[in-house]
Design a protein around this ligand. Structure first.
Ligand SMILES: [Zn+2]
Length: 304
Protein backbone atom coordinates (compact mmCIF):
# COMPACT_ATOMS: atom_id res chain seq x y z
CA UNK A 1 0.00 0.00 0.00
CA UNK A 2 2.90 2.27 0.63
CA UNK A 3 4.31 1.58 -2.80
CA UNK A 4 0.95 2.49 -4.29
CA UNK A 5 0.90 5.66 -2.19
CA UNK A 6 4.34 6.65 -3.39
CA UNK A 7 3.21 6.12 -6.96
CA UNK A 8 0.24 8.43 -6.47
CA UNK A 9 2.58 10.99 -4.96
CA UNK A 10 4.93 10.66 -7.92
CA UNK A 11 2.20 11.14 -10.47
CA UNK A 12 0.69 14.04 -8.55
CA UNK A 13 3.92 15.86 -8.03
CA UNK A 14 5.59 15.10 -11.31
CA UNK A 15 2.62 16.48 -13.19
CA UNK A 16 3.37 19.89 -11.70
CA UNK A 17 5.09 22.21 -14.14
CA UNK A 18 8.81 22.80 -13.92
CA UNK A 19 9.75 21.87 -10.40
CA UNK A 20 12.35 24.32 -9.11
CA UNK A 21 15.92 23.12 -9.60
CA UNK A 22 18.00 22.64 -6.45
CA UNK A 23 19.84 25.93 -6.93
CA UNK A 24 16.57 27.83 -6.61
CA UNK A 25 15.38 26.12 -3.48
CA UNK A 26 17.88 27.44 -0.96
CA UNK A 27 14.98 28.62 1.19
CA UNK A 28 13.88 25.02 1.57
CA UNK A 29 14.92 23.24 4.74
CA UNK A 30 17.68 20.69 4.64
CA UNK A 31 16.03 17.26 4.33
CA UNK A 32 15.73 15.03 7.38
CA UNK A 33 18.19 12.26 8.14
CA UNK A 34 16.51 8.84 8.05
CA UNK A 35 18.12 5.73 9.46
CA UNK A 36 16.68 2.22 9.04
CA UNK A 37 14.11 3.66 6.61
CA UNK A 38 12.12 1.34 4.34
CA UNK A 39 12.66 1.55 0.57
CA UNK A 40 9.14 2.94 0.24
CA UNK A 41 9.95 5.64 2.79
CA UNK A 42 13.02 6.69 0.87
CA UNK A 43 11.16 6.88 -2.43
CA UNK A 44 8.43 9.10 -0.93
CA UNK A 45 10.94 11.14 1.01
CA UNK A 46 13.02 11.86 -2.09
CA UNK A 47 9.97 13.26 -3.85
CA UNK A 48 8.94 15.47 -0.94
CA UNK A 49 12.53 16.62 -0.43
CA UNK A 50 12.74 17.77 -4.03
CA UNK A 51 9.28 18.95 -5.02
CA UNK A 52 7.00 18.67 -2.00
CA UNK A 53 5.95 21.51 0.28
CA UNK A 54 7.94 22.09 3.44
CA UNK A 55 6.93 24.17 6.45
CA UNK A 56 9.48 24.80 9.14
CA UNK A 57 8.80 25.42 12.80
CA UNK A 58 11.31 25.80 15.62
CA UNK A 59 11.40 22.09 16.44
CA UNK A 60 9.77 20.38 13.46
CA UNK A 61 9.66 20.36 9.68
CA UNK A 62 6.40 19.33 8.01
CA UNK A 63 6.82 17.82 4.52
CA UNK A 64 3.72 17.18 2.41
CA UNK A 65 2.57 16.87 -1.19
CA UNK A 66 1.71 20.15 -2.88
CA UNK A 67 -1.91 21.20 -2.36
CA UNK A 68 -2.63 18.40 0.13
CA UNK A 69 -2.88 20.94 2.97
CA UNK A 70 -4.15 24.50 2.86
CA UNK A 71 -1.92 27.32 4.11
CA UNK A 72 -4.04 27.65 7.23
CA UNK A 73 -3.98 23.91 7.88
CA UNK A 74 -0.20 23.72 7.50
CA UNK A 75 0.33 26.71 9.80
CA UNK A 76 -1.94 25.20 12.44
CA UNK A 77 -0.29 21.76 12.22
CA UNK A 78 3.25 23.18 12.48
CA UNK A 79 2.32 25.20 15.59
CA UNK A 80 0.65 22.18 17.20
CA UNK A 81 3.51 19.78 16.46
CA UNK A 82 6.11 22.32 17.59
CA UNK A 83 4.33 22.65 20.92
CA UNK A 84 4.30 18.90 21.44
CA UNK A 85 7.95 18.37 20.48
CA UNK A 86 9.22 21.21 22.69
CA UNK A 87 7.32 19.66 25.62
CA UNK A 88 8.52 16.16 24.70
CA UNK A 89 12.18 17.19 24.67
CA UNK A 90 11.72 18.80 28.08
CA UNK A 91 9.94 15.73 29.44
CA UNK A 92 12.69 13.30 28.38
CA UNK A 93 15.43 15.70 29.52
CA UNK A 94 16.88 16.23 26.06
CA UNK A 95 16.40 19.94 25.30
CA UNK A 96 19.38 19.82 22.93
CA UNK A 97 18.35 16.65 21.07
CA UNK A 98 19.57 16.77 17.49
CA UNK A 99 20.58 14.56 14.59
CA UNK A 100 23.72 15.77 12.83
CA UNK A 101 23.13 19.23 14.25
CA UNK A 102 19.48 19.41 13.14
CA UNK A 103 17.31 19.75 16.23
CA UNK A 104 14.01 19.39 14.36
CA UNK A 105 11.84 16.32 13.94
CA UNK A 106 10.96 15.91 10.25
CA UNK A 107 7.44 14.66 9.62
CA UNK A 108 7.12 13.23 6.12
CA UNK A 109 3.41 13.12 5.28
CA UNK A 110 2.92 10.76 2.37
CA UNK A 111 -0.23 9.82 0.45
CA UNK A 112 -1.95 6.47 0.89
CA UNK A 113 -2.66 4.29 3.88
CA UNK A 114 0.21 2.74 5.76
CA UNK A 115 1.25 2.24 9.35
CA UNK A 116 2.79 5.43 10.76
CA UNK A 117 6.36 4.76 11.79
CA UNK A 118 9.63 6.40 12.80
CA UNK A 119 12.49 4.22 11.62
CA UNK A 120 15.19 6.42 13.10
CA UNK A 121 17.31 9.53 12.74
CA UNK A 122 14.98 12.53 12.80
CA UNK A 123 12.30 11.29 10.39
CA UNK A 124 8.77 10.03 11.00
CA UNK A 125 6.48 8.87 8.20
CA UNK A 126 2.75 9.53 8.57
CA UNK A 127 -0.10 9.24 6.03
CA UNK A 128 -1.03 12.76 5.00
CA UNK A 129 -4.77 12.08 5.48
CA UNK A 130 -4.09 11.34 9.14
CA UNK A 131 -2.30 14.66 9.54
CA UNK A 132 -5.15 16.48 7.75
CA UNK A 133 -7.72 14.96 10.09
CA UNK A 134 -5.65 15.19 13.30
CA UNK A 135 -5.99 11.44 13.71
CA UNK A 136 -2.34 10.63 13.76
CA UNK A 137 0.08 9.09 16.25
CA UNK A 138 2.69 11.77 15.42
CA UNK A 139 3.73 12.27 19.02
CA UNK A 140 4.09 8.53 19.67
CA UNK A 141 6.32 8.25 16.60
CA UNK A 142 8.37 11.31 17.57
CA UNK A 143 8.91 9.80 21.03
CA UNK A 144 10.67 6.84 19.40
CA UNK A 145 13.11 9.31 17.81
CA UNK A 146 13.63 11.36 20.96
CA UNK A 147 14.12 8.25 23.10
CA UNK A 148 16.90 6.89 20.92
CA UNK A 149 19.97 6.33 23.05
CA UNK A 150 23.61 6.69 22.03
CA UNK A 151 24.31 3.37 23.71
CA UNK A 152 22.77 1.33 20.92
CA UNK A 153 19.97 1.01 18.40
CA UNK A 154 17.77 -2.08 18.54
CA UNK A 155 16.63 -1.45 14.96
CA UNK A 156 20.20 -1.93 13.78
CA UNK A 157 20.70 -5.22 15.61
CA UNK A 158 20.52 -8.60 13.96
CA UNK A 159 16.81 -9.58 13.79
CA UNK A 160 17.33 -12.78 15.75
CA UNK A 161 19.13 -10.87 18.52
CA UNK A 162 16.53 -8.09 18.75
CA UNK A 163 13.73 -10.67 18.73
CA UNK A 164 15.18 -12.30 21.86
CA UNK A 165 16.59 -9.31 23.72
CA UNK A 166 14.80 -6.08 22.84
CA UNK A 167 12.17 -5.19 25.48
CA UNK A 168 9.61 -4.07 22.90
CA UNK A 169 6.99 -3.44 25.61
CA UNK A 170 9.23 -0.73 27.09
CA UNK A 171 9.89 1.03 23.76
CA UNK A 172 6.20 1.00 22.81
CA UNK A 173 4.89 1.57 26.33
CA UNK A 174 7.10 4.61 26.86
CA UNK A 175 6.19 6.10 23.48
CA UNK A 176 2.50 5.74 24.33
CA UNK A 177 2.67 6.78 27.99
CA UNK A 178 4.73 9.88 27.23
CA UNK A 179 2.57 10.83 24.25
CA UNK A 180 -0.54 10.53 26.43
CA UNK A 181 0.89 12.61 29.29
CA UNK A 182 2.39 15.29 27.04
CA UNK A 183 -0.87 15.55 25.08
CA UNK A 184 -2.77 16.11 28.29
CA UNK A 185 -0.32 18.72 29.57
CA UNK A 186 -0.19 20.59 26.26
CA UNK A 187 -3.89 20.27 25.45
CA UNK A 188 -3.17 18.29 22.30
CA UNK A 189 -5.38 15.57 20.86
CA UNK A 190 -3.96 12.17 21.72
CA UNK A 191 -4.70 9.69 18.99
CA UNK A 192 -3.75 6.07 18.49
CA UNK A 193 -4.98 4.10 15.48
CA UNK A 194 -4.91 0.98 17.64
CA UNK A 195 -5.90 1.95 21.17
CA UNK A 196 -9.08 3.76 20.29
CA UNK A 197 -10.03 4.98 23.77
CA UNK A 198 -9.15 8.13 25.74
CA UNK A 199 -5.90 7.72 27.76
CA UNK A 200 -7.87 7.56 31.02
CA UNK A 201 -9.55 4.36 29.78
CA UNK A 202 -6.26 2.60 28.96
CA UNK A 203 -6.29 0.43 32.09
CA UNK A 204 -9.87 -0.73 31.71
CA UNK A 205 -9.24 -1.56 28.05
CA UNK A 206 -6.02 -3.39 29.00
CA UNK A 207 -7.95 -5.53 31.46
CA UNK A 208 -10.50 -6.58 28.83
CA UNK A 209 -8.08 -7.20 25.96
CA UNK A 210 -5.49 -9.03 28.08
CA UNK A 211 -8.22 -11.39 29.24
CA UNK A 212 -9.22 -11.96 25.63
CA UNK A 213 -5.63 -12.22 24.34
CA UNK A 214 -5.09 -15.17 22.00
CA UNK A 215 -2.19 -16.47 24.09
CA UNK A 216 -0.53 -16.10 27.50
CA UNK A 217 2.59 -15.14 25.58
CA UNK A 218 1.23 -11.58 25.25
CA UNK A 219 1.24 -10.96 28.99
CA UNK A 220 4.51 -12.86 29.38
CA UNK A 221 6.16 -10.48 26.93
CA UNK A 222 5.12 -7.36 28.88
CA UNK A 223 7.84 -6.50 31.42
CA UNK A 224 10.27 -8.94 29.80
CA UNK A 225 12.94 -8.99 27.14
CA UNK A 226 12.03 -9.92 23.60
CA UNK A 227 9.53 -9.14 20.88
CA UNK A 228 6.30 -11.01 20.50
CA UNK A 229 6.84 -12.90 17.20
CA UNK A 230 3.11 -12.97 16.40
CA UNK A 231 3.17 -9.18 15.94
CA UNK A 232 4.74 -9.93 12.56
CA UNK A 233 2.53 -12.91 11.71
CA UNK A 234 -0.88 -13.33 10.09
CA UNK A 235 -2.69 -12.85 13.44
CA UNK A 236 -0.89 -9.63 14.27
CA UNK A 237 -4.00 -7.58 14.90
CA UNK A 238 -5.37 -9.90 17.57
CA UNK A 239 -1.97 -9.82 19.30
CA UNK A 240 -1.24 -6.14 18.78
CA UNK A 241 -4.21 -4.73 20.71
CA UNK A 242 -3.52 -6.57 24.02
CA UNK A 243 0.24 -6.17 23.63
CA UNK A 244 0.24 -2.41 22.95
CA UNK A 245 -2.55 -1.63 25.41
CA UNK A 246 -0.98 -3.78 28.13
CA UNK A 247 2.46 -2.23 27.53
CA UNK A 248 1.01 1.30 27.72
CA UNK A 249 -0.96 0.48 30.86
CA UNK A 250 2.04 -1.11 32.60
CA UNK A 251 4.38 1.75 31.66
CA UNK A 252 1.83 4.32 32.84
CA UNK A 253 1.53 2.44 36.12
CA UNK A 254 5.31 2.64 36.65
CA UNK A 255 5.40 6.34 35.68
CA UNK A 256 2.49 7.13 37.97
CA UNK A 257 4.06 5.46 41.00
CA UNK A 258 7.76 6.15 40.38
CA UNK A 259 7.89 8.98 37.85
CA UNK A 260 9.54 8.76 34.43
CA UNK A 261 13.09 8.83 35.87
CA UNK A 262 13.51 5.04 36.27
CA UNK A 263 11.93 4.39 32.86
CA UNK A 264 14.19 6.91 31.13
CA UNK A 265 17.26 5.41 32.80
CA UNK A 266 16.14 1.93 31.76
CA UNK A 267 15.60 3.11 28.18
CA UNK A 268 19.11 4.55 28.24
CA UNK A 269 20.61 1.31 29.52
CA UNK A 270 20.63 -0.34 26.14
CA UNK A 271 20.47 -4.15 26.41
CA UNK A 272 20.32 -3.86 30.19
CA UNK A 273 16.91 -2.17 30.31
CA UNK A 274 15.17 -4.64 32.63
CA UNK A 275 18.12 -4.86 35.02
CA UNK A 276 18.36 -1.06 35.23
CA UNK A 277 14.62 -0.74 35.80
CA UNK A 278 14.65 -3.33 38.58
CA UNK A 279 17.53 -1.54 40.25
CA UNK A 280 15.85 1.86 39.94
CA UNK A 281 12.53 0.57 41.27
CA UNK A 282 14.22 -1.49 43.98
CA UNK A 283 12.22 -4.63 43.24
CA UNK A 284 12.11 -7.51 40.78
CA UNK A 285 10.08 -7.01 37.62
CA UNK A 286 7.69 -9.80 38.60
CA UNK A 287 6.71 -7.89 41.74
CA UNK A 288 6.14 -4.65 39.82
CA UNK A 289 4.04 -6.55 37.32
CA UNK A 290 1.91 -8.23 39.97
CA UNK A 291 1.19 -4.87 41.57
CA UNK A 292 0.17 -3.42 38.21
CA UNK A 293 -2.09 -6.37 37.40
CA UNK A 294 -3.75 -6.07 40.81
CA UNK A 295 -4.20 -2.33 40.25
CA UNK A 296 -6.07 -2.85 36.97
CA UNK A 297 -8.11 -5.70 38.44
CA UNK A 298 -6.44 -8.56 36.56
CA UNK A 299 -6.27 -11.31 39.14
CA UNK A 300 -6.74 -14.18 36.65
CA UNK A 301 -3.13 -15.30 37.17
CA UNK A 302 -4.01 -16.30 40.72
CA UNK A 303 -6.14 -19.08 39.29
CA UNK A 304 -3.22 -20.70 37.49
ZN1 LIG B 1 5.65 2.68 18.30
Amino acid sequence: MIVAGAFVLATTLLSCEHPAPPTEVDHRPKPGVPTNAWDEDLAGKRLLDSIGEARTGTDIVLWYPKDSLSEAQATEIVARLDRGIVAAKRMVGKPDWNVQGDRRVHFYCLPGSFISHAPGGNCAFIPVWRMQQDQSPWLHEAMHLLLKTDKGDWLQQEDSVAMRRMPLWLAEGMADALAMDISEQEHLTYYSPLIDVPPAATDSLALVVLREAPSDSVLACIGARGKLPQLWGPDRFSYALPFYTGSASFTRYIAKHHGYGPLLKANDGFDQEIEVLERELGMPMDSVKLRWLAAIGYTDHLLH
